[in-house]
Every structure is written in C-alpha cells, then in structure tokens.
Design a protein around this ligand. Structure first.
Ligand code: GAP
Length: 462
C-alpha cells in the first residue's frame, strides 16, 4: 500500500478535493506559501512559489489573450496602484465601500455581521464563546496610508481596492492616443487591496490579491445588450479553459446585494470545496463612474461620436471582473484528482494528479532519463535544451521512474518524455500522457511537433 493511500483512504474525503488537501499540496509542491511564515505568518497575504507563479502567469496570459488579442477593439493598460485620493471620493468607495463589523468583548474575535447567525446578532451573543458582542459598525475596507514625510490629512492615500478606477481615469487618454471608437474596451491585470475582516480559506479572500478586469464602453441604450453579450463570452471562456462546467453557475444580485455603482450584476460562481462561491462578476455600471469623475475632476469626460454628427454622451460601462488569485484557487480545485491506479501486483495504489489544461500547466513537459549512466542523462539534457525554446520544461533523474511520474502528476505536468537505451539506438523516446498514463514511442525529431498537436487538440478526460 502506498504512503498516499493512508493519507486519503482512511477518511471520508478519499478521492475528493478538500481545502486542507489543496492547501497542503500547494505548500508541499511550491505553489503557494504563507506570507512571512518564519514570523508566524501574515493574515490575508500569500506568496506564490516556483510552480504558483508559473500557473498564475499562465492564467493571466490566457485571460489577456482572450480579452485583448482576440478582440480588435480592446486594448490593455497598467495603471498605478496609488491614485489621487479624490478618485476614491468620486468612485463612492470612501463613503460606501464598507462591511458591517462586530467584535466579541470577551474573546476579542471579530466577525462580519452579515456572516454570523441572525439569532447571535439579535442576542448580541458571540458565536464562538457566547460572550457579549459590540454594536454593529461600518468598517471601510480600503487601506489608508500617507504619502510624503508629513502624516496629516493632506497626505492621505489609499491602496486601490479595485483596478477599475485606473481604467476610468485613463479613458480619455486611451481614446485620444489609440483613436478608439465606441464600443471599445480596456483591460487590466493588477494588484488590489482590501482590509478584509475574514481571511480564512487559504487564498480565497485575501487582503492583497490580483484582479483581471475589462471595462467595455458602450452607447447608453445598448448597455443591456452588451451586458448579455459579455455574460455569454465570460461563460464560454471557462468552457474553453476546460473547467468542469457543472461546477459553474450564475447568480444574479438581488437589490440588497448590488454594489453602489451597479444597475445589474451577475456573478459566475464555482463549486469550491467550501461550497458555491463567487469567482467573477459581470456588472452594468451605467454612467455612474464616468459621471462621478466628471463631477469630481471638473473635466469633460463625454464621448464625441464623430461618425454621428458629433453626438456627445457619457458612455455606459459593462465590467467583467475576475480575481486572478481566486481563479488560481479555482483552477487548483478543478484540476485536483485522486485516482486509484491498478498496477501489476498492487491494485491499491493511488496517485494525486492535477489535470491542468496544458496551456495552464506550470511545467508542460518533463524529461526523464531512465538511468543516469550510459549517456542517457546527457541525451535527456540535450532533448530538454531543444524543447526549452518552446515549452516550459523540467528535468528529473532522481529515483524510480514510477515515482518520478507521480511527482510530475502531482505538479500537473501533462507530458513526460522518457529517454532509455532504445533512444540511443533508434532515436525514439517514450511520450507519457498524464491523464491516461498511456505511453507511446515517438521519434525525437517529431517530439516538438507532436507536443504542439497534443496541446492544441487537448480534451479533458475526467
Ligand atoms: N471592480 C469590481 C469589483 O472589484 P468585486 O466583486 O468586488 O468587483 C471582483 O471583485 C472579483 O475580484 C471577485 O469576483 C473576486 O474574484 C475578486 N476578489 C474580490 N475581493 C477579493 C479578495 N478579498 N480576495 C481575493 N479575490 C477577491
């Protein structure tokens, strides 16, 4: 019986993804580490290790391609995190970006009032220790700090709580520099910061995170049509990434849930091991943001439609807003699988496998010499060097070949290339597929092309 079987099969979570398993695998394999771990960790902040940063970059790359390269009328932007403080008065965040907060006077635990049982709130009774709760007060989620040497009210500056505002304040610059015509979009990926009250659940809700947002500027009156269109496109995007579609659903915001800027909003929710949770939001923000920035900046932010008798209007905005770090958690959960693999004389053997789409996998191909000796390691290194130009690669010569395959399965590497004695004789190598564990022989000269074809035609089996 393998050591992994003990880990899984003696509890009811055998074969299933749980947050504990995902968190433990993420640390063990270098996807995600707790921030400042040697000092006991920093709540709400996480560090992305060697496999994590590769995965995050690929998720960001897939989104960027989808939202900019595949659209002639969407361009990119990278705006500063620090923005003029008036931005956040105009956007409504200073006034409205709050959560209701209660503290326990006895055990000092802090809760979001909307996330504890109503009976506890009504009785002012702590759900953890039964102690007395404080009155509910509003807590602004923006991180506030000072810029410059003087710490006075004139030097207050905020860390942006959403990337969207950097797009709105640049909308005129982009129209002018890039001759954009409505409808058009601006896409951005970047850090956002929120002083979240509850940050348990790994990287699901953190104080420092990354967003992938696209703001689409449309003529008023066409907004509902574009709102429906973007919902359709964002749904199709996850399908293209190979995400389990029965783990996705829509949730339309009710009147009490709508953000202060939104006329209508739908979330794409994913069935995390925690239950159904928001993954991405699609919002009809109307002319709220550009209207408010007009008012607060005194600048004319109307669009002038030169193809339509210079008609002037403030565009409506349809926003698609996805968390990059939350997408990474979703991709990890979605890819996670434990499989009982019958092998000769050992049909109890289990493997953990991350079934990443090859476009997202941190390592695309691992090259493994069957033995270190007899020139096999040198040949394998040579093959790796050749593949490096086109693919992200790994090389592993330590331990039995079966164990090396398992290590790559756990990192989500879709292809392994094994170099053996026959490779020296006839120039062929073994290509092993992560999902099916099937192995075929391929001439070395055809390897790069074969991998390209496999990636292009990849279909998830399970
Ligand atoms: N610009 C609109 C906006 O920020 P949001 O619903 O507050 O809307 C959009 O956030 C997405 O950002 C969410 O769907 C989620 O994926 C991600 N997100 C929000 N807060 C987060 C947090 N504290 N930690 C990680 N991701 C977060």
């Amino acid at each position: 019986m393998s050591e992994q079987l003990n880990e899984y099969s003696d509890d009811s979570s055998a074969g299933k993804a749980t947050m504990e398993k995902i968190t433990s695998l993420a640390k063990r394999r270098g996807f995600v580490f707790q921030s400042s771990e040697i000092y006991g960790g920093q709540n709400g902040a996480w560090d992305y290790g060697p496999l994590g940063i590769e995965l995050k970059n690929r998720i960001a790359g897939a989104w960027w391609k989808e939202m900019t390269r595949l659209h002639d009328n969407i361009v990119g932007l990278d705006a500063a995190i620090l923005m003029h403080p008036r931005t956040w008065e105009a956007s409504g965040h200073v006034e409205n970006f709050t959560d209701p907060l209660v503290d326990c006077k006895k055990c000092k635990s802090r809760f979001r009032a909307d996330q504890i049982p109503q009976e506890n709130l009504a009785a002012k009774k702590c759900p953890d220790c039964g102690g007395e709760l404080t009155d509910t007060r509003k807590f602004n989620l923006m991180f506030k700090t000072h810029i410059g040497p003087a710490e006075d009210t004139a030097s207050i500056i905020y860390l942006r709580p959403e990337t969207a505002q950097g797009i709105y304040v640049n909308y005129k610059n982009i129209i002018q520099s890039n001759r954009m015509k409505i409808p058009f979009g601006i896409a951005q990926i970047g850090k956002a910061f929120r002083n979240e009250i509850v940050t348990k659940n790994f990287i699901f809700r953190t104080c420092e995170f990354e967003q992938m947002e696209m703001q689409y500027f449309v003529k008023p009156g066409t907004d509902e049509e574009w709102f429906a269109e973007w919902r359709k496109q964002r749904w199709a995007y996850y399908e293209k990434l190979g995400v389990k579609m029965d783990h996705l659903r829509w949730h339309q915001h009710g009147p009490g849930e709508l953000a202060h800027y939104a006329k209508d909003a739908y979330d794409i929710e994913y069935l995390f091991p925690l239950g159904w949770r928001e993954l991405e939001g699609v919002h009809n923000r109307t002319d709220y943001d550009l209207g408010r920035h007009t008012q607060y900046s005194g600048k004319d932010l109307q669009y002038i439609d030169q193809d339509n008798n210079n008609e002037r209007y403030i565009p409506y905005i349809i926003e698609t807003s996805a968390g990059l770090t939350r997408n990474l958690l979703m991709i990890l959960c979605d890819a996670y699988d434990e499989e009982q693999v019958a092998e000769k004389g050992n049909d109890d053997d289990w493997r953990t496998v991350l079934r990443f789409h090859p476009d997202l996998a941190p390592i695309t191909v691992a090259v493994l010499p069957l033995m270190k000796k007899d020139g096999l390691a040198e040949l394998a290194q040579d093959i790796r060097t050749e593949l490096k130009e086109d693919y992200s690669t790994d090389y592993d010569q330590a331990g039995a070949i079966g164990r090396r395959y398992r290590r790559q399965d756990e990192a989500g590497t879709p292809f392994c290339v094994t170099v053996d004695y026959q490779s020296k004789e006839d120039g062929t190598v073994t290509l092993r597929f992560r999902d099916s564990m099937e192995q075929i022989r391929v001439p070395r000269a055809e390897l790069a092309g074969r991998l390209r074809q496999e990636i292009r035609t990849y279909k998830r089996m399970k």
